[in-house]
Design a protein. Structure first.
Length: 505
Protein backbone atom coordinates (compact mmCIF):
# COMPACT_ATOMS: atom_id res chain seq x y z
CA UNK A 1 0.00 0.00 0.00
CA UNK A 2 1.51 3.35 -1.00
CA UNK A 3 -0.26 5.31 1.73
CA UNK A 4 1.97 5.90 4.74
CA UNK A 5 0.81 6.21 8.31
CA UNK A 6 0.29 9.73 9.56
CA UNK A 7 2.31 10.12 12.75
CA UNK A 8 0.92 12.40 15.46
CA UNK A 9 3.70 13.93 17.53
CA UNK A 10 3.60 14.76 21.23
CA UNK A 11 5.11 18.04 22.34
CA UNK A 12 8.22 16.22 23.50
CA UNK A 13 8.55 14.32 20.25
CA UNK A 14 8.18 17.56 18.27
CA UNK A 15 10.95 19.06 20.38
CA UNK A 16 13.03 16.01 19.49
CA UNK A 17 12.31 16.54 15.77
CA UNK A 18 13.46 20.11 16.20
CA UNK A 19 16.64 19.04 17.99
CA UNK A 20 17.53 16.35 15.44
CA UNK A 21 17.01 18.80 12.58
CA UNK A 22 19.26 21.39 14.17
CA UNK A 23 21.85 18.67 14.87
CA UNK A 24 21.73 17.78 11.18
CA UNK A 25 22.72 21.32 10.22
CA UNK A 26 19.64 23.54 9.98
CA UNK A 27 19.66 26.48 12.38
CA UNK A 28 16.86 27.12 14.85
CA UNK A 29 16.25 30.53 13.39
CA UNK A 30 15.83 29.01 9.92
CA UNK A 31 13.11 26.78 11.35
CA UNK A 32 11.46 29.77 13.02
CA UNK A 33 11.67 31.85 9.85
CA UNK A 34 10.14 29.00 7.83
CA UNK A 35 7.42 28.52 10.46
CA UNK A 36 6.46 32.20 10.52
CA UNK A 37 6.61 32.56 6.74
CA UNK A 38 4.40 29.51 6.28
CA UNK A 39 1.75 31.00 8.56
CA UNK A 40 1.89 34.34 6.76
CA UNK A 41 1.45 32.50 3.45
CA UNK A 42 -1.69 30.80 4.70
CA UNK A 43 -3.07 34.05 6.12
CA UNK A 44 -2.44 35.82 2.78
CA UNK A 45 -4.12 32.99 0.94
CA UNK A 46 -7.15 32.48 3.20
CA UNK A 47 -7.99 35.88 4.68
CA UNK A 48 -8.78 39.30 3.27
CA UNK A 49 -6.25 42.00 4.14
CA UNK A 50 -7.20 43.95 7.24
CA UNK A 51 -6.00 45.56 10.45
CA UNK A 52 -3.92 42.83 12.07
CA UNK A 53 -2.84 42.42 15.67
CA UNK A 54 -0.08 39.94 16.51
CA UNK A 55 0.04 38.79 20.15
CA UNK A 56 3.57 37.64 21.04
CA UNK A 57 4.37 35.56 24.11
CA UNK A 58 7.71 35.24 25.91
CA UNK A 59 8.96 32.10 24.11
CA UNK A 60 9.47 30.81 20.58
CA UNK A 61 5.75 30.88 19.81
CA UNK A 62 6.14 34.63 20.18
CA UNK A 63 9.24 34.46 17.96
CA UNK A 64 7.08 32.94 15.22
CA UNK A 65 4.66 35.83 15.80
CA UNK A 66 7.36 38.41 15.01
CA UNK A 67 8.11 36.62 11.72
CA UNK A 68 4.41 36.61 10.78
CA UNK A 69 4.18 40.33 11.60
CA UNK A 70 7.19 41.15 9.39
CA UNK A 71 5.93 39.03 6.48
CA UNK A 72 2.44 40.55 6.55
CA UNK A 73 3.85 44.07 6.81
CA UNK A 74 6.06 43.39 3.79
CA UNK A 75 2.86 42.53 1.96
CA UNK A 76 1.44 45.93 2.81
CA UNK A 77 -0.84 44.88 5.67
CA UNK A 78 -1.32 47.25 8.61
CA UNK A 79 0.22 45.28 11.51
CA UNK A 80 0.36 46.02 15.25
CA UNK A 81 2.58 43.90 17.51
CA UNK A 82 2.03 43.48 21.24
CA UNK A 83 4.42 41.58 23.48
CA UNK A 84 4.00 39.94 26.85
CA UNK A 85 6.85 41.33 28.95
CA UNK A 86 9.70 43.30 27.44
CA UNK A 87 11.90 42.65 24.43
CA UNK A 88 15.10 42.44 26.48
CA UNK A 89 13.69 39.38 28.26
CA UNK A 90 13.32 37.44 25.03
CA UNK A 91 15.97 34.83 24.35
CA UNK A 92 17.65 33.15 21.38
CA UNK A 93 15.78 33.02 18.11
CA UNK A 94 12.74 34.83 19.52
CA UNK A 95 14.96 37.79 20.44
CA UNK A 96 16.53 37.69 17.00
CA UNK A 97 13.14 37.83 15.29
CA UNK A 98 11.96 40.63 17.59
CA UNK A 99 15.07 42.62 16.56
CA UNK A 100 14.22 42.08 12.91
CA UNK A 101 10.77 43.64 13.44
CA UNK A 102 11.15 47.28 12.48
CA UNK A 103 7.85 48.53 13.87
CA UNK A 104 6.71 49.53 17.31
CA UNK A 105 6.23 46.89 20.01
CA UNK A 106 3.35 47.66 22.36
CA UNK A 107 2.76 46.00 25.73
CA UNK A 108 0.22 43.21 25.70
CA UNK A 109 -3.11 44.61 26.91
CA UNK A 110 -6.80 43.94 26.83
CA UNK A 111 -7.70 47.43 25.64
CA UNK A 112 -8.21 47.91 21.94
CA UNK A 113 -8.43 44.18 21.17
CA UNK A 114 -11.80 44.75 19.55
CA UNK A 115 -10.34 47.12 16.94
CA UNK A 116 -8.81 44.53 14.61
CA UNK A 117 -9.95 42.39 11.70
CA UNK A 118 -7.38 39.69 12.35
CA UNK A 119 -5.69 38.55 15.56
CA UNK A 120 -2.63 36.30 15.29
CA UNK A 121 -2.07 34.30 18.48
CA UNK A 122 1.63 33.77 19.19
CA UNK A 123 1.28 33.71 22.98
CA UNK A 124 1.96 30.08 23.86
CA UNK A 125 2.55 26.94 21.91
CA UNK A 126 4.39 23.80 22.88
CA UNK A 127 5.85 25.50 25.96
CA UNK A 128 2.55 26.02 27.77
CA UNK A 129 3.10 24.45 31.17
CA UNK A 130 0.49 25.98 33.46
CA UNK A 131 -3.01 27.43 33.24
CA UNK A 132 -3.71 30.87 31.80
CA UNK A 133 -4.61 33.20 34.64
CA UNK A 134 -5.39 36.81 35.54
CA UNK A 135 -4.74 39.48 32.93
CA UNK A 136 -3.69 36.86 30.35
CA UNK A 137 -6.99 35.11 30.66
CA UNK A 138 -8.82 38.44 30.26
CA UNK A 139 -6.86 39.12 27.08
CA UNK A 140 -7.68 35.73 25.60
CA UNK A 141 -11.35 36.19 26.49
CA UNK A 142 -11.41 39.66 24.94
CA UNK A 143 -9.88 38.21 21.78
CA UNK A 144 -12.56 35.51 21.76
CA UNK A 145 -15.28 38.14 22.19
CA UNK A 146 -13.96 40.26 19.34
CA UNK A 147 -15.20 39.91 15.79
CA UNK A 148 -11.66 39.43 14.47
CA UNK A 149 -10.65 36.30 12.58
CA UNK A 150 -8.28 34.49 14.89
CA UNK A 151 -5.21 32.61 13.69
CA UNK A 152 -3.33 30.40 16.15
CA UNK A 153 0.35 29.66 15.78
CA UNK A 154 0.99 25.95 16.39
CA UNK A 155 -1.90 25.56 18.89
CA UNK A 156 -4.45 28.04 20.22
CA UNK A 157 -2.94 29.51 23.40
CA UNK A 158 -4.20 27.61 26.42
CA UNK A 159 -4.55 24.31 24.58
CA UNK A 160 -2.37 21.31 25.38
CA UNK A 161 -1.02 19.82 22.18
CA UNK A 162 -0.67 16.47 23.92
CA UNK A 163 -4.15 16.02 25.34
CA UNK A 164 -6.47 18.50 23.60
CA UNK A 165 -7.40 19.82 27.06
CA UNK A 166 -7.67 23.47 28.02
CA UNK A 167 -5.40 24.89 30.73
CA UNK A 168 -7.45 27.61 32.42
CA UNK A 169 -8.84 29.16 29.24
CA UNK A 170 -8.13 29.05 25.53
CA UNK A 171 -8.16 31.14 22.41
CA UNK A 172 -10.94 30.04 20.04
CA UNK A 173 -9.20 30.03 16.69
CA UNK A 174 -10.77 30.16 13.23
CA UNK A 175 -7.58 28.81 11.78
CA UNK A 176 -4.53 27.06 13.27
CA UNK A 177 -1.22 26.47 11.55
CA UNK A 178 1.08 23.80 12.96
CA UNK A 179 4.40 22.54 11.72
CA UNK A 180 5.69 19.25 10.30
CA UNK A 181 3.04 16.95 11.80
CA UNK A 182 -0.27 17.28 13.65
CA UNK A 183 -0.27 16.82 17.42
CA UNK A 184 -2.84 14.69 19.31
CA UNK A 185 -4.38 17.84 20.79
CA UNK A 186 -5.40 18.97 17.31
CA UNK A 187 -7.66 15.90 17.01
CA UNK A 188 -8.83 15.32 20.58
CA UNK A 189 -11.76 17.30 21.96
CA UNK A 190 -12.14 20.04 23.02
CA UNK A 191 -8.91 20.88 21.18
CA UNK A 192 -10.24 19.95 17.77
CA UNK A 193 -13.11 22.40 18.05
CA UNK A 194 -10.82 25.18 19.34
CA UNK A 195 -8.38 24.94 16.41
CA UNK A 196 -10.84 25.85 13.66
CA UNK A 197 -9.44 24.91 10.24
CA UNK A 198 -6.10 23.22 10.72
CA UNK A 199 -3.12 23.52 8.36
CA UNK A 200 0.16 21.63 8.60
CA UNK A 201 3.17 23.21 6.94
CA UNK A 202 6.61 22.01 5.94
CA UNK A 203 9.35 24.01 7.69
CA UNK A 204 12.32 21.97 6.53
CA UNK A 205 12.19 19.08 9.03
CA UNK A 206 12.86 15.83 7.19
CA UNK A 207 10.44 12.92 7.61
CA UNK A 208 13.52 10.80 8.29
CA UNK A 209 13.72 12.09 11.88
CA UNK A 210 10.54 10.12 12.58
CA UNK A 211 12.43 6.81 12.52
CA UNK A 212 14.66 8.02 15.28
CA UNK A 213 11.85 9.50 17.37
CA UNK A 214 9.84 6.26 17.28
CA UNK A 215 6.47 7.93 17.90
CA UNK A 216 3.67 5.50 18.78
CA UNK A 217 0.56 7.53 17.92
CA UNK A 218 -1.06 7.70 14.50
CA UNK A 219 -4.14 8.95 12.77
CA UNK A 220 -6.55 6.00 12.47
CA UNK A 221 -6.51 5.05 8.79
CA UNK A 222 -6.02 1.93 6.64
CA UNK A 223 -2.33 2.86 6.45
CA UNK A 224 -2.02 1.64 10.06
CA UNK A 225 -3.86 -1.69 9.79
CA UNK A 226 -4.57 -2.34 6.09
CA UNK A 227 -1.85 -4.96 5.64
CA UNK A 228 -3.46 -7.11 8.33
CA UNK A 229 -7.01 -6.60 7.15
CA UNK A 230 -8.56 -9.97 6.22
CA UNK A 231 -9.57 -10.32 2.61
CA UNK A 232 -11.37 -13.58 1.76
CA UNK A 233 -9.09 -15.96 -0.07
CA UNK A 234 -10.46 -17.76 -3.18
CA UNK A 235 -9.34 -21.05 -1.63
CA UNK A 236 -11.00 -20.29 1.69
CA UNK A 237 -14.35 -21.44 3.04
CA UNK A 238 -16.61 -20.23 5.79
CA UNK A 239 -14.88 -22.38 8.38
CA UNK A 240 -11.56 -20.72 7.65
CA UNK A 241 -13.06 -17.29 8.32
CA UNK A 242 -13.72 -17.84 12.00
CA UNK A 243 -16.78 -18.30 14.14
CA UNK A 244 -17.99 -15.36 16.23
CA UNK A 245 -20.30 -15.75 19.19
CA UNK A 246 -22.30 -12.90 20.65
CA UNK A 247 -23.80 -13.41 24.10
CA UNK A 248 -27.40 -12.20 24.19
CA UNK A 249 -29.33 -10.42 26.92
CA UNK A 250 -32.58 -11.86 28.31
CA UNK A 251 -35.87 -12.05 26.41
CA UNK A 252 -36.56 -8.33 26.79
CA UNK A 253 -33.03 -7.35 25.71
CA UNK A 254 -32.08 -9.28 22.59
CA UNK A 255 -31.68 -6.49 20.00
CA UNK A 256 -28.18 -5.39 20.96
CA UNK A 257 -26.74 -8.86 20.41
CA UNK A 258 -28.41 -9.10 16.99
CA UNK A 259 -26.88 -5.78 15.96
CA UNK A 260 -23.45 -7.02 17.03
CA UNK A 261 -23.93 -10.43 15.38
CA UNK A 262 -25.07 -8.85 12.11
CA UNK A 263 -21.99 -6.63 12.07
CA UNK A 264 -19.66 -9.57 12.76
CA UNK A 265 -21.18 -11.43 9.83
CA UNK A 266 -21.03 -8.44 7.52
CA UNK A 267 -17.36 -7.79 8.26
CA UNK A 268 -16.55 -11.30 7.14
CA UNK A 269 -16.72 -13.70 10.08
CA UNK A 270 -17.44 -17.05 8.36
CA UNK A 271 -20.04 -18.08 10.93
CA UNK A 272 -21.80 -16.13 13.63
CA UNK A 273 -23.91 -17.39 16.52
CA UNK A 274 -25.97 -15.70 19.15
CA UNK A 275 -25.78 -17.49 22.51
CA UNK A 276 -28.93 -17.07 24.56
CA UNK A 277 -31.17 -18.55 27.23
CA UNK A 278 -34.00 -20.80 25.90
CA UNK A 279 -36.65 -18.10 26.59
CA UNK A 280 -34.92 -15.73 24.19
CA UNK A 281 -34.79 -18.21 21.31
CA UNK A 282 -38.16 -17.24 19.78
CA UNK A 283 -37.24 -13.55 19.72
CA UNK A 284 -34.00 -14.30 17.89
CA UNK A 285 -35.53 -16.99 15.66
CA UNK A 286 -38.12 -14.53 14.42
CA UNK A 287 -35.43 -12.18 13.17
CA UNK A 288 -32.26 -14.11 12.35
CA UNK A 289 -31.45 -16.03 9.21
CA UNK A 290 -27.74 -16.37 8.48
CA UNK A 291 -26.82 -15.87 12.14
CA UNK A 292 -27.25 -19.09 14.15
CA UNK A 293 -28.79 -19.45 17.59
CA UNK A 294 -27.25 -21.45 20.40
CA UNK A 295 -29.26 -21.73 23.54
CA UNK A 296 -27.87 -22.68 26.89
CA UNK A 297 -29.60 -23.23 30.21
CA UNK A 298 -26.83 -23.69 32.72
CA UNK A 299 -23.25 -22.54 33.29
CA UNK A 300 -22.21 -26.08 32.33
CA UNK A 301 -23.85 -25.78 28.92
CA UNK A 302 -22.20 -22.40 28.47
CA UNK A 303 -18.88 -24.05 29.35
CA UNK A 304 -19.57 -26.73 26.71
CA UNK A 305 -19.82 -24.03 24.05
CA UNK A 306 -16.61 -22.52 25.26
CA UNK A 307 -14.89 -25.89 24.93
CA UNK A 308 -15.55 -25.86 21.18
CA UNK A 309 -12.31 -24.46 19.79
CA UNK A 310 -13.96 -23.45 16.52
CA UNK A 311 -15.91 -20.73 18.33
CA UNK A 312 -12.90 -18.45 18.41
CA UNK A 313 -14.08 -14.87 19.06
CA UNK A 314 -16.61 -13.88 21.68
CA UNK A 315 -18.48 -10.67 22.30
CA UNK A 316 -20.16 -10.16 25.64
CA UNK A 317 -21.84 -7.23 27.37
CA UNK A 318 -24.36 -5.40 25.16
CA UNK A 319 -27.68 -5.43 27.05
CA UNK A 320 -26.49 -8.44 29.06
CA UNK A 321 -27.43 -6.99 32.45
CA UNK A 322 -25.16 -6.01 35.34
CA UNK A 323 -25.53 -9.35 37.07
CA UNK A 324 -23.44 -12.10 38.61
CA UNK A 325 -24.32 -14.28 35.62
CA UNK A 326 -22.75 -11.76 33.25
CA UNK A 327 -19.67 -11.56 35.44
CA UNK A 328 -19.31 -15.34 35.57
CA UNK A 329 -19.72 -15.64 31.81
CA UNK A 330 -17.03 -13.01 31.20
CA UNK A 331 -14.67 -14.88 33.51
CA UNK A 332 -15.50 -18.19 31.81
CA UNK A 333 -14.81 -16.74 28.35
CA UNK A 334 -11.48 -15.31 29.52
CA UNK A 335 -10.52 -18.53 31.31
CA UNK A 336 -11.24 -20.46 28.10
CA UNK A 337 -8.61 -18.35 26.32
CA UNK A 338 -10.98 -16.94 23.70
CA UNK A 339 -10.39 -13.76 21.73
CA UNK A 340 -12.88 -11.52 23.44
CA UNK A 341 -14.61 -8.18 23.14
CA UNK A 342 -15.96 -6.89 26.44
CA UNK A 343 -18.49 -4.09 26.14
CA UNK A 344 -21.15 -2.29 28.19
CA UNK A 345 -22.44 -4.48 31.07
CA UNK A 346 -19.43 -6.80 30.79
CA UNK A 347 -17.34 -3.78 31.80
CA UNK A 348 -19.73 -2.26 34.35
CA UNK A 349 -20.13 -5.54 36.21
CA UNK A 350 -16.49 -5.25 37.36
CA UNK A 351 -16.86 -1.72 38.72
CA UNK A 352 -16.19 -2.78 42.30
CA UNK A 353 -13.40 -5.19 41.47
CA UNK A 354 -11.52 -4.20 38.34
CA UNK A 355 -8.44 -6.08 39.54
CA UNK A 356 -10.35 -9.33 39.21
CA UNK A 357 -11.04 -8.54 35.56
CA UNK A 358 -7.44 -7.51 34.82
CA UNK A 359 -6.12 -10.70 36.41
CA UNK A 360 -8.54 -12.78 34.30
CA UNK A 361 -7.40 -10.95 31.16
CA UNK A 362 -3.87 -11.91 32.10
CA UNK A 363 -2.38 -8.51 32.89
CA UNK A 364 0.27 -10.14 35.10
CA UNK A 365 1.30 -12.75 32.63
CA UNK A 366 1.09 -11.07 29.27
CA UNK A 367 3.96 -12.88 27.65
CA UNK A 368 2.14 -16.15 28.03
CA UNK A 369 -1.10 -14.83 26.68
CA UNK A 370 -2.18 -16.70 23.60
CA UNK A 371 -5.20 -14.53 22.94
CA UNK A 372 -6.15 -10.89 23.08
CA UNK A 373 -8.97 -8.98 24.71
CA UNK A 374 -10.57 -5.71 23.63
CA UNK A 375 -12.41 -3.44 26.07
CA UNK A 376 -14.78 -1.00 24.38
CA UNK A 377 -15.91 1.53 27.02
CA UNK A 378 -17.33 4.99 26.51
CA UNK A 379 -16.04 7.55 29.01
CA UNK A 380 -18.66 6.62 31.65
CA UNK A 381 -17.80 2.91 31.50
CA UNK A 382 -14.10 3.73 31.44
CA UNK A 383 -14.55 5.62 34.71
CA UNK A 384 -16.05 2.55 36.35
CA UNK A 385 -12.90 0.50 35.80
CA UNK A 386 -10.32 3.28 35.97
CA UNK A 387 -11.76 6.07 38.17
CA UNK A 388 -8.30 7.43 39.04
CA UNK A 389 -7.43 7.96 35.36
CA UNK A 390 -10.31 10.39 34.84
CA UNK A 391 -9.17 12.81 37.49
CA UNK A 392 -6.58 14.96 35.74
CA UNK A 393 -6.07 18.57 36.81
CA UNK A 394 -7.45 19.84 33.49
CA UNK A 395 -10.02 17.11 32.85
CA UNK A 396 -9.91 13.61 31.42
CA UNK A 397 -6.82 13.11 29.26
CA UNK A 398 -8.27 10.46 26.95
CA UNK A 399 -5.06 9.42 25.21
CA UNK A 400 -2.91 9.21 28.31
CA UNK A 401 -5.76 7.61 30.28
CA UNK A 402 -6.36 4.95 27.64
CA UNK A 403 -2.61 4.23 27.45
CA UNK A 404 -2.37 3.68 31.18
CA UNK A 405 -5.58 1.63 31.18
CA UNK A 406 -4.34 -0.66 28.40
CA UNK A 407 -1.06 -1.16 30.20
CA UNK A 408 -2.84 -1.84 33.51
CA UNK A 409 -5.49 -4.20 32.18
CA UNK A 410 -3.52 -6.04 29.51
CA UNK A 411 -6.37 -5.39 27.05
CA UNK A 412 -6.60 -3.28 23.93
CA UNK A 413 -8.55 -0.18 24.98
CA UNK A 414 -11.09 1.18 22.52
CA UNK A 415 -12.26 4.38 24.19
CA UNK A 416 -15.38 5.56 22.38
CA UNK A 417 -16.22 9.20 21.76
CA UNK A 418 -16.26 11.78 18.97
CA UNK A 419 -12.47 11.27 18.88
CA UNK A 420 -12.31 7.51 19.51
CA UNK A 421 -8.90 6.36 20.69
CA UNK A 422 -7.57 2.79 20.38
CA UNK A 423 -4.53 1.83 22.43
CA UNK A 424 -2.58 -1.39 22.65
CA UNK A 425 -1.00 -2.55 25.93
CA UNK A 426 2.37 -2.08 24.20
CA UNK A 427 1.69 1.67 23.88
CA UNK A 428 0.68 1.98 20.22
CA UNK A 429 -2.30 4.28 19.72
CA UNK A 430 -4.54 5.62 16.97
CA UNK A 431 -6.96 8.52 17.09
CA UNK A 432 -10.03 8.68 14.85
CA UNK A 433 -10.57 12.05 13.23
CA UNK A 434 -13.86 13.37 11.87
CA UNK A 435 -16.20 10.48 12.70
CA UNK A 436 -19.75 11.52 11.77
CA UNK A 437 -21.73 12.84 14.74
CA UNK A 438 -24.66 10.69 13.51
CA UNK A 439 -22.91 7.73 15.16
CA UNK A 440 -24.06 8.95 18.56
CA UNK A 441 -27.22 6.85 18.32
CA UNK A 442 -28.66 3.90 20.24
CA UNK A 443 -27.08 0.58 19.29
CA UNK A 444 -24.18 2.10 17.39
CA UNK A 445 -21.73 0.79 20.01
CA UNK A 446 -23.18 -2.73 19.70
CA UNK A 447 -22.44 -2.68 15.98
CA UNK A 448 -18.89 -1.53 16.69
CA UNK A 449 -18.34 -4.40 19.14
CA UNK A 450 -19.63 -6.82 16.52
CA UNK A 451 -17.20 -5.45 13.94
CA UNK A 452 -14.24 -5.93 16.27
CA UNK A 453 -15.42 -9.46 17.09
CA UNK A 454 -15.82 -10.39 13.42
CA UNK A 455 -12.30 -9.19 12.64
CA UNK A 456 -10.82 -11.05 15.64
CA UNK A 457 -12.58 -14.20 14.44
CA UNK A 458 -10.74 -13.87 11.14
CA UNK A 459 -7.40 -13.74 12.91
CA UNK A 460 -6.72 -10.00 12.79
CA UNK A 461 -4.60 -8.91 15.78
CA UNK A 462 -6.63 -7.02 18.38
CA UNK A 463 -5.09 -3.55 18.10
CA UNK A 464 -5.46 -3.55 14.34
CA UNK A 465 -8.93 -5.17 14.50
CA UNK A 466 -10.21 -2.55 16.93
CA UNK A 467 -8.69 0.30 14.90
CA UNK A 468 -10.10 -1.04 11.63
CA UNK A 469 -13.54 -1.51 13.19
CA UNK A 470 -13.60 2.11 14.41
CA UNK A 471 -12.62 3.38 10.97
CA UNK A 472 -15.10 1.21 9.06
CA UNK A 473 -17.88 2.12 11.50
CA UNK A 474 -17.25 5.83 10.84
CA UNK A 475 -16.94 5.42 7.08
CA UNK A 476 -20.13 3.38 6.88
CA UNK A 477 -21.95 6.13 8.77
CA UNK A 478 -20.50 8.70 6.38
CA UNK A 479 -21.70 6.70 3.37
CA UNK A 480 -25.22 6.48 4.79
CA UNK A 481 -25.38 10.14 5.83
CA UNK A 482 -28.15 11.92 7.70
CA UNK A 483 -30.88 9.99 9.47
CA UNK A 484 -28.56 7.14 10.44
CA UNK A 485 -29.76 4.54 12.92
CA UNK A 486 -27.66 1.64 14.19
CA UNK A 487 -29.46 -0.72 11.78
CA UNK A 488 -28.10 1.28 8.83
CA UNK A 489 -24.42 0.84 9.64
CA UNK A 490 -23.92 -2.78 8.53
CA UNK A 491 -25.89 -2.36 5.28
CA UNK A 492 -23.64 0.61 4.42
CA UNK A 493 -20.44 -1.39 4.91
CA UNK A 494 -20.18 -3.08 1.48
CA UNK A 495 -19.49 0.25 -0.26
CA UNK A 496 -16.76 1.01 2.27
CA UNK A 497 -15.27 -2.49 2.04
CA UNK A 498 -15.24 -2.35 -1.74
CA UNK A 499 -13.29 0.92 -1.71
CA UNK A 500 -10.97 -0.42 0.97
CA UNK A 501 -10.16 -3.49 -1.10
CA UNK A 502 -9.32 -1.31 -4.10
CA UNK A 503 -7.00 0.69 -1.90
CA UNK A 504 -5.33 -2.36 -0.42
CA UNK A 505 -4.47 -3.89 -3.76
N1 LIG B 1 9.69 22.58 17.90
C1 LIG B 1 9.91 23.08 16.68
O1 LIG B 1 10.35 22.39 15.81
C2 LIG B 1 9.62 24.49 16.38
C3 LIG B 1 8.96 25.33 17.30
N2 LIG B 1 8.59 26.56 16.99
C4 LIG B 1 7.74 27.32 17.88
O2 LIG B 1 8.19 27.27 19.20
C5 LIG B 1 7.11 27.03 20.07
C6 LIG B 1 7.55 26.47 21.36
O3 LIG B 1 8.37 27.44 21.93
P1 LIG B 1 8.80 27.42 23.46
O4 LIG B 1 9.29 26.08 23.78
O5 LIG B 1 9.73 28.54 23.63
O6 LIG B 1 7.44 27.63 24.22
P2 LIG B 1 6.25 28.71 24.12
O7 LIG B 1 5.04 27.98 23.75
O8 LIG B 1 6.66 29.85 23.27
O9 LIG B 1 6.05 29.20 25.61
C7 LIG B 1 7.07 29.20 26.54
C8 LIG B 1 7.01 30.45 27.39
O10 LIG B 1 5.72 30.63 27.89
C9 LIG B 1 5.74 30.76 29.31
N3 LIG B 1 4.50 30.15 29.79
C10 LIG B 1 4.06 28.88 29.60
N4 LIG B 1 2.82 28.73 30.07
C11 LIG B 1 2.45 29.94 30.59
C12 LIG B 1 1.29 30.42 31.21
N5 LIG B 1 0.23 29.64 31.40
N6 LIG B 1 1.25 31.68 31.63
C13 LIG B 1 2.32 32.49 31.44
N7 LIG B 1 3.45 32.09 30.85
C14 LIG B 1 3.52 30.84 30.43
C15 LIG B 1 7.01 30.12 29.73
O11 LIG B 1 7.39 30.82 30.87
P3 LIG B 1 8.30 30.19 32.03
O12 LIG B 1 7.78 28.81 32.31
O13 LIG B 1 9.68 30.19 31.49
O14 LIG B 1 8.08 31.13 33.15
C16 LIG B 1 7.93 30.37 28.55
O15 LIG B 1 8.54 31.64 28.67
C17 LIG B 1 6.22 26.15 19.26
O16 LIG B 1 4.90 26.12 19.75
C18 LIG B 1 6.33 26.81 17.91
O17 LIG B 1 5.43 27.89 17.81
C19 LIG B 1 8.90 27.13 15.69
O18 LIG B 1 9.51 28.36 15.89
C20 LIG B 1 9.79 26.36 14.80
C21 LIG B 1 10.04 25.00 15.05
K1 LIG C 1 -0.41 30.01 20.01
Amino acid sequence: MEETREVLLSTMEMGEADRLTIEAGLQGRQLMEAAGQSIARIILEKLNPGRTLVLCGPGNNGGDGFVVARALKENGWPVTVTLMGTKDRLKGDARLMADLWDGEIQPLAEEGLGDYDIIVDGLFGAGLDRPLEGALLDIVRAANDSNARKVAIDVPSGLSGDSGLVLGGCLEADLTVTFFRRKPGHLLYPGKALCGDLYVTDIGISGRVLDEIGAQTWLNSPAVWGELFPVPSPAGHKYSRGHSVVVSGDLAHTGASRLAAGAALRIGSGLVSVACAPEAVPAHAAQLTAVMIRSYQSPEQFADYLADHRLNAWCIGPANGVTNETRNRVLAILAAGKQAVLDADAITVFRDRPEELFAAIGSDDRKNMSREVVLTPHAGEFGRLFPDLMEGTYGFDRLKGARTAAERSGAVLLLKGPDTVVVSPDGRAVIMDDAPADLATAGSGDVLSGLVTGLLAQGMPAFEAASAAVWLHAEAARVFGAGLTAEDISPSLPTVLEKLREKLH
